[in-house]
Structures are given as C-alpha cells and as structure tokens.
Design a protein around this ligand. Structure first.
Ligand SMILES: [Zn+2]
Length: 380
C-alpha cells in the first residue's frame, strides 16, 4: 500500500471560487439537525445537502466542532485537522452541487446520446497504478493519467489506437511522470490542473468545466480535493475517472487535504453517480481492492455484500484481472468511506475511537485513521 514515486507536494491551489450558495442564516444558527436526521432515516446517506454547505463561504464551518454547542474537543480536532476553517480554505466552496449535477445530467442524457459509448481499456503501469484508455469512434482515444510511458505506448500501438488527448487527475509522480515521453511520441493536448503545467498540462481545467474530445465525447470536470489539493475527476457518459480520490472499496490517503475535503469530494462523486443513474461506474488509479476489502470486512464483519465481494475480487485477482473499476451501486454497499452514516459502521468507528462521535467529518477522519492503523501505516 505504500506508494512510491510521488512528486513533492506543490503549493495548494487556492480554491477561492465563490459558490454564492447558502445565502444564509445568522452565523450563530444551530446545526440543521432535523434535516440530517431525516436524511439518515431515509437510508440514502449521500442524498441532499451537507450541513457545512449551509453557511456563506468564508465563514467558519461551525458544525464541524459543534462550537455553538460548547462540546468541542480541541485536542481531537487538532489531531484530525478538522478544526473549523473558512469554507474557501477547506476547498468546499466549489460549484454548487445542484448546478454541477444539472450539468452532468445534461451531458449524459443529451450530449452523450450523439456519441457511441466508448470502450475503456485498463493499462497496468508501475507497481500497481492503472492508466485508462477511452476508445471512441474511429479508434480515437483519450488517455487518463500517464505514470509510465512505455506500457501506454505499447498498448496504443498494439491496438492500433489514435491518441487524441490525455487527462491528468493530479500531480503525483505515479500519475504524470510518463507524460513527457508520451506526448513526444504522440503530440496531443493535455488537460489537467494548473499545478501540472510544469509536467506538460497545456489545457488547464477545473471545477465545473466541460470540454468535448471529437469522436470520444464530452467530459465534465469535478474538483475532488482531499488526496491532493489539485485533484480532479473526469466524467464521460457513465464513466467517472476519479484517480486517487475514490478507490474501489476505499479512498485515497489524505496527503494534502483534510478529512472534510475528502468527505465532501466523495459525497459529490456519489451525487454525480446518482445523477447519471444505473450504470455509473468508477475507474480508479490503483489496484488496491484486495487490501481495501480486507479492511472493509474488518470494519463491517456482518456485511454480506462485502463478504461476497471479497470472494469475487480474490477470484479475479487469481486470474490476473484488474478490479479497480466498479459500479457505484456496489461501492455504496461495500465501501466503508461511502457508508459512514450507516449506524453499524458508525458504532464500529466509535468502538475504535473509544468515544462517541457526533459529526460526519470526525467519523470519516477516524475511519481513515483506523484504516491507516490497520494497514500499519504511520498516522499522517
Ligand atoms: Zn496520488
């Protein structure tokens, strides 16, 4: 599970885009507890707005530490890096989710109907990374990430594909270090975050952007900070390319971002999948499913869907098949990081902490630390 080859962290990109959302209650307003309870009772943990979206960008996220209730626990929050901060600093003041989901629906139900559904190829690179090739009409192909050029070039040439663009999810070396050699061999535009200009991104994109690659289709861009500050996910039809943000049965480690950012990013990916509907599928940056499921089964030992998936993934890996893509429906049933509002998992996290947990961000942060402990990794 220990990743190598990551480039040094770049300075965080200022996510200062004002959402204009949540024109607001007074800052001393109590948390929107009734709404949260209703959502929890609905059995749909990621539906609806999240509590920290309910105030103006720039104001502290008062719900995080329950400062208004006087029951905050500074030492815990400091350790978890989830102390209240202005939303713009937390990176959650992005495009209003409703507007983004409207965009996704529009692209999928209208724009995508004019394009043949692409074929997606999985190319293993480095130790456990995956590059995804999105093959559209006439073999025009979009490449997602470029950790190592050789296997990508070999895959393209052996399949007779025509690379027309590369998309970069984030700045880590195991996602970009093959980009120079790749674009020297196949000159093409490279879409990605501003932080990756230095490694070859020439078309900077960010939250809410959309662009069309001829013969492949339209892509929507979602900022998904948490693993890194600059992380982007790309949505094309039913496919969500989420890099190192959401993994099959797991999620990326918090190298640069906070638990609040990652939780928010995962929630928005789940919301986007809901907007796409049945068939929404994630494509991840690493083959981590076996290890992630080991933890999932540890955290939820009575979850039959997780037990079944453990057997299925073991059989696939025995045949050398990749397991880093999966339906979001399966993820919501088996990925603990998408299930922190499930009472059984919340109780398990509280047992790990040895204390009660009263908000989603702390629960998420503790779950992430629990997995790091489980993996034998040093705490961040
Ligand atoms: Zn990474």
């Amino acid at each position: 599970m220990i990743r190598t080859g990551h480039a040094p962290s770049s300075a965080p990109r200022p996510d200062a885009t004002s959402s204009g959302q949540g024109k607001n209650q007074a800052s001393s307003a109590p948390p929107a507890q009734p709404a949260r309870s209703q959502r929890a009772a609905s059995g749909l943990p990621w539906r609806g707005s999240f509590p920290w979206r309910s105030h103006d960008p720039g104001e502290p996220c008062r719900l995080v530490g329950r400062h208004d209730r006087g029951d905050c626990r500074p030492s815990s929050r400091e350790r978890l890096s989830i102390e209240p901060r202005p939303c713009s600093e937390n990176g959650v003041a992005n495009m209003p989710t409703k507007a983004f989901l409207a965009l996704v629906r529009l692209r999928y139900h209208a724009g995508m109907s004019t394009v043949t559904a692409p074929t997606i190829h999985c190319i293993p690179v480095l130790a456990d990374n995956y590059v995804w090739l999105i093959e559209g009409a006439d073999r025009a192909t979009v490449i997602v990430d470029a950790g190592e050029a050789g296997p990508i070039i070999e895959a393209i040439e052996s399949r007779g594909l025509k690379p027309v663009a590369t998309l970069i999810t984030h700045h880590h070396g195991d996602h970009v270090q093959g980009l120079g050699e790749l674009t020297r061999r196949f000159p093409m535009p490279v879409y990605g975050p501003d932080s990756c200009r230095r490694v070859g991104v020439d078309t900077v994109v960010g939250e809410g952007d959309r662009f069309t690659i001829p013969q492949v289709g339209e892509f929507a861009v979602m900022a998904t900070p948490g693993h890194t500050q600059d992380h982007l996910s790309f949505i094309n039809g039913q496919a969500i390319f989420c890099g190192d943000t959401l993994f099959t049965a797991g999620c990326g480690r918090l190298f640069e971002g906070t638990a609040a950012q990652m939780l928010h990013s995962l929630a928005r990916l789940a919301d986007a999948a809901d907007a796409i509907g049945d068939g929404a599928t994630i494509y991840c940056g690493h083959e981590y499913t076996t290890d992630s499921l080991r933890f999932a089964a540890h955290a939820e030992p009575d979850n039959a869907d997780i037990a079944a998936r453990v057997r299925e993934v073991a059989a696939m890996r025995a045949k050398g098949e990749p397991t880093a893509s999966a339906s979001m429906d399966l993820e919501k049933r088996t990925n603990p990081f998408l299930r922190i509002r499930e009472p059984v998992l919340r109780r398990a996290v509280e047992a790990y902490v040895g204390d009660t947990i009263e908000n989603d961000i702390e629960a998420f942060a503790q779950l992430r630390h629990w997995k790091d402990d489980f993996d034998g990794l040093a705490r961040l």
